[in-house]
Design a protein around this ligand. Structure first.
Ligand SMILES: Cc1cc2nc3c(=O)[nH]c(=O)nc-3n(C[C@H](O)[C@H](O)[C@H](O)COP(=O)(O)OP(=O)(O)OC[C@H]3O[C@@H](n4cnc5c(N)ncnc54)[C@H](O)[C@@H]3O)c2cc1C
Length: 415
């Protein structure tokens, strides 16, 4: 039987895969072909800082700045669909004076000054004047940095909008289809073996998140990654009106040993709180969907004992806790590349490194250009595979908040 041929196949339909298929469909129409294995992701909201934050990479490495300046790529799908995807609730970083978090702030401020990115620096009093929701005893000694243009991307809507627009242009989307392996062929095409048969294509884009090495492994490539099981908790509060997006920013506290983040109420969700890199290493097969009560307690204490308490009650009973996976490179920076240097230019791939949602629309465009044109004008040099975190076996992980254990398999795995 003849194997169906498509110009492009995209493996994975998370935030990045759905954006790739959208951008492919703008230029390639029906020849974009999307495959995805499991269910659609259901993350609801993501912090959307139009700058830099949350990881050591951001503070020390200006390489993310060009991405930041292109983050408005979301506007393309918003314009086309007429559906709002980005909400500028503002984003607030805060920390305690005299801590490592304050050093981080200095570096942020310098980076933003250099990049001409506006922000407001506030002490505790100014913070409380601006956001009276911060009313707990722990507020004293805080320093805070507000970016008015920061906010949220509605991830569920964004994925759906990208996919729908692509489908509207004729892209084929195959649900519940697992990619089992990829072979590169002598004629320069790729053969994609799936749970629903084989497909041949000119270019294949792999955006398989935590499963990336399962897919890339069949091509003899292994990216050193740590996958961790993270969680976010949603709390009910009767005081919803003080925590809506027009009154309350997306926020992140830079602490030791972890950063803690949260955001305003959006849509039918409650207020959301999570610990950045607070989880433990897993694989997609060993992960559980069971919330860790210690982390729920830690978040609750953080909010209740220190910040948003009193008349402006932020916390109510837990509505639910959702687990999910971070897929992190050892430098916690992205990988956006093709396997051209391995003699397999048919294959393009991306690893989001646990903080890529805000850039999904941009990365979708970049990956579509790599697939169609074999190149992009957008600045991806810092994100190629050719860097120590991927190639140097002695590279030590530099997450801002280290996970307690790096699994043996991951530490040995090198390209
Ligand atoms: C708790 C949490 C909070 C986060 N907060 C933020 C934030 O505030 N800001 C931010 O920018 N980012 C944040 N992120 C990170 C962000 O979610 C990811 O970087 C981004 O979603 C990665 O997108 P992706 O498309 O690469 O992977 P995913 O969204 O994981 O998608 C991969 C897809 O590939 C599919 N797949 C896997 N294997 C196969 C196969 N063999 N065949 C076919 N399909 C396959 C999967 O089913 C999945 O649908 C957060 C992540 C978590 C877990």
């Amino acid at each position: 039987m003849e194997v169906p041929f498509y110009e492009y196949i995209v493996v994975g339909c998370g935030g990045i895969g759905s954006a790739v298929v959208y951008w492919l469909s703008r230029r390639a129409g029906k020849s974009a072909h999307l495959l995805f294995a499991y269910k659609h992701k259901t993350y609801v909201l993501f912090i959307y800082p139009p700058h830099v934050r949350r990881t050591q990479v951001y503070q020390t490495d200006a390489s993310h700045f060009p991405c930041v300046s292109q983050i408005s790529m979301w506007a393309e799908a918003e314009k086309e669909s007429g559906i709002q995807l980005v909400y500028k609730s503002g984003s607030l970083d805060f920390t305690h004076k005299g801590t490592a978090g304050e050093d981080l702030f200095r570096r942020y401020c310098k980076a933003m000054d250099d990049g001409d990115i506006p922000y407001d620096l506030m002490d505790a009093k100014e913070l409380q004047e601006r956001f009276p929701q911060f009313s707990g005893p722990g507020v004293s000694g805080l320093v805070a940095l507000l970016q008015k243009d920061g906010g949220l991307v509605d991830a569920a809507s964004s994925n759906a909008v990208h996919v729908q627009l692509a489908r509207g242009r004729g892209a084929t989307v195959m649900d519940n289809t697992a990619v089992l392996k990829i072979d590169t062929m002598d004629d320069g095409t790729a053969m994609v073996h799936t749970s629903r048969g084989r497909f041949r294509c000119r270019r294949v884009v792999v955006t398989a998140g935590a499963w990336s090495n399962n897919v890339l492994g069949s091509l003899g490539v292994h990216i050193p990654l740590v996958v961790s099981q993270e969680q976010v908790t949603y709390y009910n509060t009767t005081n919803m009106k003080d925590f809506t997006k027009d009154k309350f920013p997306a926020w992140i506290y830079h602490g030791d040993p972890h950063d803690i983040y949260g955001m305003a109420i959006h849509g039918n969700t409650c207020s959301k709180i999570g610990i950045d890199c607070g989880g433990f290493p897993v694989t997609p097969d060993t992960r559980t969907f069971i919330p860790d009560p210690r982390r729920e307690e830690q978040c609750k204490k953080f909010i209740w004992m220190h910040y948003c308490i009193g008349p402006m009650q932020y916390l109510g009973p837990i509505n639910y806790t959702k687990t999910c996976l971070y897929t992190m490179t050892y430098d916690r920076s992205f990988v956006i590349d093709s396997l051209k240097s391995k003699g397999k230019p048919q294959v393009v791939f991306c690893i989001g490194a646990g903080h890529a949602y805000k850039f999904a629309a941009l990365f979708g465009r970049i990956l579509s250009e790599l697939a169609i044109d074999g190149r992009t004008d957008l600045p991806i040099e810092p994100f190629t595979m050719d860097r120590p975190a991927i190639t140097d076996p002695s590279f030590r992980p530099i997450y801002q908040n280290k996970l307690s254990t790096i699994p043996q398999a991951a530490s040995k795995a090198r390209l």
